[in-house]
Design a protein around this ligand. Structure first.
Ligand SMILES: NC(=O)c1ccc[n+]([C@@H]2O[C@H](COP(=O)([O-])OP(=O)(O)OC[C@H]3O[C@@H](n4cnc5c(N)ncnc54)[C@H](OP(=O)(O)O)[C@@H]3O)[C@@H](O)[C@H]2O)c1
Length: 316
């Protein structure tokens, strides 16, 4: 088993990644910027994320560092470009430099929003062409890893569905991407309400959703198999928002007649272009990892199991 440092473990995806890796016997160390207290159930170490030496000390003995931390405010980043650049590219560069010093492999979790949204099921060879600042900063961070890390990989994810491990409420509202979509719908319908599935040419309308525990499982394989290059950690099924909503009703036993379809409210729109179809093909990745991309029904069944038990349910 590997010793794996994780940045961003207080967040949504990073927390689940830490949980899955720890459950599989990996020696997980969460690198945090402030004492998380008892809410973070895995070993952690406070680091100065501005200081390469601090990160280097923390990575001593680590086989890999999975870097998920970002300044996750896709609107505020337009008002403070310096902070945004540092919170993505600068931080990734410091993590890579520290890992190069200690010999740790870097795994950067990136996004399907590095693409411009005009393709369909694009593969790992497709060059990024981001259409907004978030996508640009993630693509630039990818290059830092691909060009600067002595050993490292980029793992693009999108349409991530799952529970937040360390915050009971978690982020569970629909936005102009696919993240959190399913639980937002489930919450609304289980509470007896209706749910409007946003459909609009100017938001992200097609993706290949994956549950967050599966991301953790696949990242563990990527570390164990010492892969480099670009990976697509995606589900096997490209779905529209409407198809995802209908599949969710089917798997969760909810009444699809309580779905409405329409454009998002103006206040939910990003002040920037949003890629429309960000579905990714993951065939080459799965072959390298010896894994299988799972169809949407299986992803949703795993999410339902996670919701019922509170425990992440990876498929691989
Ligand atoms: N969620 C999705 O649907 C989705 C889709 C595609 C890709 N991704 C990628 O997955 C990764 C995790 O996303 P998420 O949704 O889990 O984000 P999140 O819940 O907002 O978590 C962000 C994490 O980053 C940390 N952080 C923020 N600014 C930092 C800084 N300057 N230095 C160090 N740590 C900092 C936060 O720590 P504090 O607790 O200290 O604030 C938190 O642990 C990101 O790289 C994102 O691009 C996510």
């Amino acid at each position: 088993m590997s010793r794996i440092a994780v940045t961003g473990a207080t967040g949504f995806v990073g927390g689940t990644v830490a949980a899955v890796l720890a459950a599989r016997g990996h020696d997980v160390l969460c690198l945090v910027r402030r004492d998380p207290g008892p809410d973070l159930p895995w070993p952690s170490r406070v680091v100065d994320v501005q200081d390469v030496d601090s990160l280097t000390e923390a990575l001593d003995g680590a086989d890999a560092v999975l870097h998920l931390a970002i300044w996750n405010d896709l609107i505020a980043m337009y008002a403070d470009r310096q902070r945004a650049w540092d919170g993505y590219v600068g931080l990734t560069r410091r993590v890579v430099d520290a890992a190069n010093e200690t010999g740790a492999r870097v795994g950067l979790v990136s996004t399907d929003w590095v693409f411009d949204g005009t393709g369909h099921l694009v593969d790992e060879e497709e060059p990024p062409n981001p259409v907004n600042l978030y996508g640009f900063l993630k693509a630039a961070s990818e290059l830092v890893v691909l060009e600067r890390a002595r050993a490292g990989f980029v793992a693009r994810v999108g349409g991530v569905q799952g529970l937040h491990q360390t915050q009971a409420s978690g982020p569970r509202s629909q936005d102009c991407g696919f993240g959190y979509f399913v639980l937002a719908l489930v919450d609304a319908l289980r509470a007896g309400g209706r749910f409007t599935v946003w459909e609009d040419p100017d938001i992200n309308c097609v993706a290949t959703p994956i549950v967050s525990p599966e991301i953790g499982a696949l990242l563990g394989l990527a570390v164990d198999k010492r892969v480099d290059g670009v990976l697509h950690l995606a589900g096997a099924t490209a779905v529209t928002r409407r198809e995802l909503a209908l599949a969710t009703c089917e798997v969760f036993g909810l009444d699809a007649d309580r779905l409405d379809f329409g454009p998002p409210p103006d206040e939910a729109r990003l002040p920037a272009p949003v890629p429309h179809d960000t579905s990714m093909a993951a065939g080459a990745t799965m072959a390298r990892l010896g894994a299988t991309a799972h169809p949407i029904e299986a992803q949703l069944a795993a999410l339902r199991a996670e919701l019922e038990t509170g425990a992440p349910a990876p498929l691989s």
